[in-house]
Design a binder for this molecule. Sequence first.
Ligand code: F6R
Length: 609
Amino acid sequence: MCGIFGCVLKDEKAAPVIHAALKRLEYRGYDSVGEATVSGGKIWIKKDQGKIDDVHKTRNLDDLPGNIGIGHTRWATHGAPLEVNAHPHVDCTGELAVIHNGIIENFDELRTELESRGHVFKSKTDTEVIPHLIEETMDNNPTLGLANAVLETVKKLQGSYSIAAISSKEPDKIVCARNESPLVLGVKDQDIYFSSDIPAFLPLTNKAIVVDDGELIILSLGKVEIKKIADGSVVPREPKIIEWSPEMAVKQGYPHFMIKEIHEQPQCLRNTLRVQEHYADLMSTFLDRARDVYLVACGTSYHACLAASYMFSKLAFLPTFPIIASEFIEQSGKSVNIDSTILAVSQSGETADTLASVNAARQRAATILGLTNAIGSTLTRVSRVYIGQQSGPEIGVAATKTFTSQLSVMAQLALRLAKKRGKVSQDEMDFLAEKLMKLPDIVEEIILKQEEKTKQIAKKYKDAKTFFFLGRGISTATAFEGRLKLMEIAYVPAIAFPAGESKHGPISLIEPDFPVVFICAKDETHKTLIGNIMEMKARGASIIALIEEGDEAIKKLADDYIEVPKGIPEVLSPIPYVVPLQMLAYYMAIERGCNPDKPRNLAKSVTVK
Ligand code: F6R
């Protein structure tokens, strides 16, 4: 996954604008950076491995000439993060430069063919086949022009791409194309921008045009042309006003996006309570009628699905299969048919494994429902019905606010479904609906009262070699999410299990002072959970317990505890209980000198936010 940006500007130099936009996109990839501009009949390029600021220090990314240019911030897929593999990539003549986000699946055979015809490659990337293919197409037909050459080229590509190409022979334009990787355009008077993500140009304009799969874009001063790749036909499309303020996309005084986004959760949960009734109703109707329901997602979104499976079962008596997307085709592909419904949950709406599952299910005529934070993403386009979770842009790599928002939406769906099916009494419905409405305030209170405490606990356990996370019932999902956050942000190996399963093997790991986090929501599992705590304590574990305020029974057993306000219904408990775990992971990362916004080896899924 990478970030791409480019612009055609009337009066300004392109390079500093590209540089600033790439900084705003850095969360999409940060192992190399590069820019290319076109000016004076020549392509000018600067690129190198490393973070943008470091590359800028040595190379000065601002001093390329010209008002038209493209830029790229990379997260390596093909070829190591080295200067030679950094984008932009050029053809044999150096008259063409291309940036790309995505993966070209048939690059190997294309490269072999191109090399056999004399093309010389410099990098190990899949991307480099693109400028060479464009070059060859233009050589074979010199009157074709850049736009048509790109059009012909992308027809030969298999895989995902958002690409942008500039040529010294046609210095007035940028040509882009999209397939399964995000691409949005920004328009400000005569100035035109493109990017993989809206926040890149949001400080410059709030007028945006979302590009669809299979479209070719020709950008020139004051002009945007959209064509279908399949037949070259022109697609008219007006810009939409994006309501996000540029401030929403910056850190607002917090040291990291992750902690900023943790603090945004009360507001996000309030927004999430305003999900569009019509779509929620429609979705619950589809869920009600399905013969079988699969909840499909990756990572944190999968944990939301796992929690939701308890909600659907307990409230609406609807059995569901929560499935990790990368396993979906193998595990359930053949069982899916016209009577199946897939609820795909993806913050970005662009996660490859989730989309692959969706595509496989579509081919078997299943109904696709989507829950995403990215309107305009691929998931929204392939879903029969989708709901936007309205969490606002997520810039921290670790999902926090989007997790609690996903849970809130799915709790609302479960409640709707329960009502439709007559499975809960009106009193119970009213009680749960009221509790759901109060969750934003409860989360606010937890952050306010418990942040300092989690900081202290992080200090105490910062050198722990491993962590255990245990919960029962729906808290199992909370435990899994707490574990993922700690591992990905603070690099602490961690294990999570349903507490009842811990004695079937994992308990053998326990030795004195081994930290074990118990999620102790006050529910039917409480008594049994105390038994699990005793088992761990007897083996010398240090118990860190998330408890309901005043839960004296567990307080007595715990070495450390964090309190969550009383009276949260079990089915809603993951929303408030995960928040201290997010803060614990964040402060553990800080204590251990890790940058929580840039976990190594990870980057945000392709996102249009
Ligand atoms: C973890 C995290 C990832 C994502 C996963 C799915 O903090 O961010 O595990 O949850 O990559 O991403 P989406 O929800 O965009 O499909």
